[in-house]
Design a protein around this ligand. Structure first.
Ligand code: PLP
Length: 433
């Protein structure tokens, strides 16, 4: 099959490279792990996007997660348009912040008080500061394979050994910062026990993605997450669920409800803003009392609680909080994934699909995958071929085999059937090579 035309995208990319490092404003957009130059997107509607060359795609990237209702949702667009008539930002409180907060707090058993930020990174960075301010301790334990945004103390990867100080995973992060972050493997109770023993009395928090979904989909056993929670409690450390990707995705109350485990602090982002930049962290009244101006932990934002962004969040979360929303979306995803699994089984292809809620991930392996180390980097060559074949057949997946895909409420039987046929064909090509 001939490759789709990317002439206009390629032209825009040549220009963008003169303006931005790598031609992009966020690295993974640069298509470094797949074939060809990045597609420049012109518009989106429901499950579809169109690029600058007029190619149409069924989109499973969903702007990396936020678009659970699909592109250009009419309810969100109308609400945003209405609110914009009154101005875009005041740097003073508005009733819209109350409205979004009420929608969240009333429908969520895990937060009593919240603070809005403008991104997931900011939310997590602030949650970490809050945990340190609340406990008076310094060290943070994080997991290899979990992404928590690009703040300094979280851009760390595991060193060698079971329990190690993190090594910076980005130039420009001082070693002293990385030394405050302990990085251990997921799905390993012994590593948790050892980390707490080694840094006794100085662990402020353990941070984990509710369900790790930024480096493949690494679904953890409930028993393990429970152990994590109990160990935190026993050691006077806080458990932070970073639910920037899983919040409002696997259910309105995210992974905390999925596991039935109460984190001490929770962070949200992505879906919460209905496609506009919003992040949030929240906890009990008692913990949140430590945030400025009530308490001594400083955190602020010129555009935090921005009325236009709040409007988008209100419109989105109103739909998400309606009866049966998640049941329908999750059932639709399950049926889609089951059909893919049947095809894979019938053909005997070396490929597993991991899924939870409306998230799915293609792993070119037959092993169970629970940790970052379980992922074979050489398997990404297969993803690369699949990605190209899918683009040629009008299906858009995020441009990296480590990224998950999302089904949105706007995907209908028509798109899912079309996607299935395209995926079958793409896989036949991947495994014919
Ligand atoms: C996307 C993501 C972040 C970062 O959010 P940004 O809005 O990109 O800053 C943090 N944590 C998790 C779990 C995420 O998925």
């Amino acid at each position: 099959m001939q490759d789709i035309s990317r002439a206009k995208s390629a032209e825009l990319y040549e220009k963008s490279k003169t303006y931005f490092p790598g031609g992009v404003n966020s690295p993974v957009r640069a298509f470094k792990s797949v074939y060809g130059t990045p597609l420049f997107i012109q518009k989106g509607d429901g499950p579809y996007i169109w690029d600058a060359d007029g190619n149409q795609f069924i989109d499973f990237c969903a702007s990396w997660g936020p678009l659970i209702l699909g592109h250009n949702n009419a309810k969100i667009r109308e609400k945003v348009t209405e609110v914009m008539q009154n101005g875009m930002s005041f740097g003073a409180p508005t009733a819209l912040e109350n409205e979004l907060a009420e929608l969240i707090i009333k429908n969520n058993r895990f937060v009593e008080k919240i603070r809005f930020t403008s991104s997931g990174t900011e939310a997590v960075m602030s949650a970490i500061r809050l945990a340190r301010g609340y406990t008076g301790k310094n060290k943070i334990i994080k997991f290899e394979g979990c992404y928590h945004g690009h703040s300094d103390s979280l851009l760390v990867k595991a060193g060698s050994g079971l329990v190690t100080f993190g090594e910076t995973s980005s130039a420009g992060v001082p070693k002293a910062f990385a030394d405050e972050t302990i990085v251990i493997a997921l799905n390993d109770k012994q590593a948790i026990t050892e980390a707490f023993a080694q840094f006794k009395g100085d662990v402020a928090a353990v941070i984990i993605e509710g369900i790790p979904a930024n480096n493949g989909l690494l679904i953890q056993d409930k028993d393990y997450v429970e152990f994590l929670s109990e160990t935190c409690t026993a050691n006077g450390a806080l458990l932070i669920f970073d639910e920037v990707i899983t919040g409002f995705r696997v259910g309105f109350e995210g992974a905390a409800a999925y596991y039935g485990i109460k984190p001490d602090i929770v962070t949200y982002g992505k879906i919460i803003g209905g496609g506009l930049p919003v992040g949030m962290y929240g906890a009990s009244n008692e913990i949140m009392a430590h945030i400025s101006p009530d308490g001594g932990v400083y955190q602020a934002g010129t555009l935090s609680g921005n009325p236009v962004a709040m409007a988008a969040g209100i419109a989105a979360l109103t739909i998400l909080s309606s009866e049966g929303f998640y049941e329908a979306l999750n059932a639709k995803t399950e049926a889609f994934v089951n059909d893919l699994k049947s095809y894979i089984a019938e053909k005997g292809y070396e490929l597993k699909i991991f899924t939870v809620g409306s998230i799915f991930w293609f792993a070119f392996t037959t092993k169970d995958i629970k940790t970052a180390e379980d992922i074979d980097p050489t398997s990404m060559e297969k993803f690369k071929i699949m990605h190209r074949e899918l683009l040629n057949r009008g299906i858009y997946f995020g441009p990296s085999g480590y990224e998950v895909g999302f089904v949105s409420a706007s995907h209908t039987k028509v798109e899912l059937e079309k996607a299935k046929s395209a995926i079958f064909e793409a896989l036949d090509i991947v495994f014919a090579n």
